[in-house]
Design a binder for this molecule. Structure first.
Ligand SMILES: NC(=O)c1ccc[n+]([C@@H]2O[C@H](COP(=O)([O-])OP(=O)(O)OC[C@H]3O[C@@H](n4cnc5c(N)ncnc54)[C@H](OP(=O)(O)O)[C@@H]3O)[C@@H](O)[C@H]2O)c1
Length: 278
């Protein structure tokens, strides 16, 4: 892996996992375009990294934000695209606002697809020019392989992203663009609400640090694996769910009362916050 020759557009760079990935890549000598929606947080991140990097303020769920993102990526001739930006959802479908459904699918699924389509010619060109391939990484989730109660829309977005990535991996197998899917399990970042984190604790779910997740991504890029599921036993559950979903159904049915307890609390917290605002 010739890290120092890479110029990488990292979406969601200001998030928990994004910051850790940015740091790990900067330490390897990669030039970064750090994308997010908050200029001050992007600047602060950039200042904290070794090397010279650019910041890009854009909302990728909008056409204008994606156009700006692609323009900056083209001007800087990126050779690596990491679609990492994402939003979470922790609610029963019946309690989920339409705006949340649309925003989750736009940010987690539609935006990575459209950015990839627009930037693919650039990645193909970069892959031809340098001796090493160019890289596309889509950040999915364990919940891109296992449907989980209270996260139906998030699961839909990540299942979609996994399917998109796998198809593209096979479509581009005869090119110099290396496509990979990276799926963390629960990680300690602000994408998870307090109630979601409390549920993870009650269920005994493992929670990784963003730094260990970033290290796993670096490892995946170095080994060239097309798919990486972070953490054991989650990577085993992914396989079992694929082959024998009824086994995972039964295990998760048993956990449903606990999951619903935290979903009810989340709803109460949101209602209280809304009442305070009105
Ligand atoms: N944490 C976990 O438990 C976990 C587990 C599996 C997979 N993942 C995946 O890992 C990725 C990173 O998540 P994280 O845990 O680091 O979450 P996070 O801390 O909440 O960060 C999310 C990042 O995405 C950016 N973002 C969100 N909506 C955006 C938009 N419309 N336009 C541009 N940027 C936007 C945020 O930017 P702003 O600063 O502007 O908000 C932020 O930089 C996501 O794809 C997530 O689904 C996370």
């Amino acid at each position: 892996m010739q890290w120092q020759q890479q110029t990488c557009l990292l979406t969601g760079a200001t998030g928990g996992i994004g910051q850790a990935i940015a740091k790990a890549l900067a330490n390897k000598g990669v030039s970064l375009i750090l994308q997010g929606r908050s200029e001050s947080r992007l600047q602060e991140l950039s200042n904290s990294l070794s090397g010279e990097h650019k910041i890009l303020v854009a909302d990728i769920s909008t056409l204008q934000g994606r156009e700006k993102t692609c323009l900056v990526a083209e001007l800087n001739a990126i050779s690596m695209l990491i679609n990492n930006a994402g939003v979470g959802q922790f609610s029963l479908l019946e309690d989920t606002e339409e705006t949340v459904i649309v925003d989750t699918l736009e940010t987690n699924l539609l935006a990575p697809i459209l950015l990839t389509q627009e930037l693919l010619p650039l990645l193909q060109k970069a892959g031809l020019q340098q001796p090493a391939p160019s890289y596309l990484v889509n950040v999915g989730s364990t919940f891109g392989s296992i449907g989980f109660a209270g996260q139906s829309i998030y699961c839909a977005s990540k299942f979609g992203l996994r399917g998109f990535t796998e198809a593209l991996y096979r479509e581009l197998a005869d090119t110099n663009v290396h496509v990979s899917y990276f799926a963390p399990r629960a990680t300690a970042t602000s994408i998870n609400s307090d109630q979601a984190m409390a549920m993870n604790k009650a269920l005994g779910n493992n929670v990784d640090s963003p730094e260990s997740v970033a290290n796993a991504l670096i490892q995946q890029l170095e080994t060239g694996h097309a798919r990486q599921f972070v953490g054991f036993p989650e990577k085993l559950f992914v396989k079992i769910n694929g082959a024998f979903p009824h086994i995972v159904d039964k295990a998760l049915f048993k956990k449903l009362p606990i999951i619903k307890r935290f979903l009810r609390r989340e709803k109460d917290v949101e209602q209280t916050a809304q009442e305070a605002l009105s």
